[in-house]
Design a protein around this ligand. Structure first.
Ligand code: FEO
Length: 165
C-alpha cells in the first residue's frame, strides 16, 4: 500500500513523463518538417520511450493500491531555434527529470517505503543512460560544428535514444 505522500509524488511523475513524451514528439515533428529525417527518428523513438515510462508509473501506482490519475498536459513548444539548441534543451529536460526521480528516492526513504524505493531504482539507472545518450549527440554536434548538419542527420539515424526497456 502506498502512503498518500508517495502516491502524490508518483502521480506528479506521470505528468512529467507524459509531458516529456509530448515535448519530444513536438521536437520530432518540427525536425521532420525542417527536413531532418534522422533527428526526427531519434526524437520519435525518445517520445515512445517516455510514454513507456509514464505507463510504468501508471501501472505501479494501481498495482500498489493507489489511483493513477491521467492528467492533461501543458502544450509543448512547437518550434525551436536550431538543432543544437534543441538537444541542449533535451539534456536540460533530462537533468530536470533526474532531479525529480531523486526526489522520489529521497521521499521513499523518508517514508520507509522500501518496495517503491527498490522499484524506482530502475529509473535512477535509466536517467544515467538517458543523460549519457543525449550527451553523445551533443558531443557529435560540437565536433561537426555548424556545418555538416546533413552528415549529422544521417549519422544520428542509426542511434537510438536509450535502451528499449
Ligand atoms: Fe522518462 Fe527521459 O525520462
Amino acid at each position: 500500500m502506498l502512503t498518500k505522500k508517495i502516491e502524490k509524488i508518483l502521480n506528479e511523475q506521470i505528468i512529467k513523463e507524459g509531458y516529456s513524451s509530448n515535448l519530444y514528439l513536438s521536437m520530432a515533428s518540427w525536425a521532420d518538417k525542417e527536413g531532418y529525417a534522422g533527428i526526427a527518428q531519434w526524437l520519435f523513438a525518445q517520445a515512445e520511450e517516455e510514454r513507456t515510462h509514464m505507463m510504468k508509473f501508471i501501472n505501479f501506482i494501481n498495482e500498489r493500491g493507489g489511483h493513477a490519475i491521467i492528467p492533461a498536459f501543458d502544450v509543448p513548444p512547437s518550434s525551436f531555434p536550431g538543432i543544437k539548441e534543441l538537444f541542449n534543451e533535451v539534456l536540460a529536460h533530462e537533468q530536470y527529470i533526474t532531479g525529480s526521480i531523486n526526489d522520489i528516492v529521497a521521499l521513499t526513504i523518508e517514508e520507509k517505503d522500501f518496495a517503491t524505493n527498490n522499484w524506482v531504482q530502475w529509473f535512477v539507472t535509466e536517467q544515467v543512460e538517458e543523460e549519457a545518450s543525449v550527451q553523445i549527440v551533443i558531443d557529435k554536434l560540437n565536433m561537426l560544428g555548424d556545418k555538416n548538419m546533413y552528415m549529422f542527420d544521417r549519422d544520428i539515424m542509426g542511434l537510438r535514444g536509450t535502451s528499449e526497456e
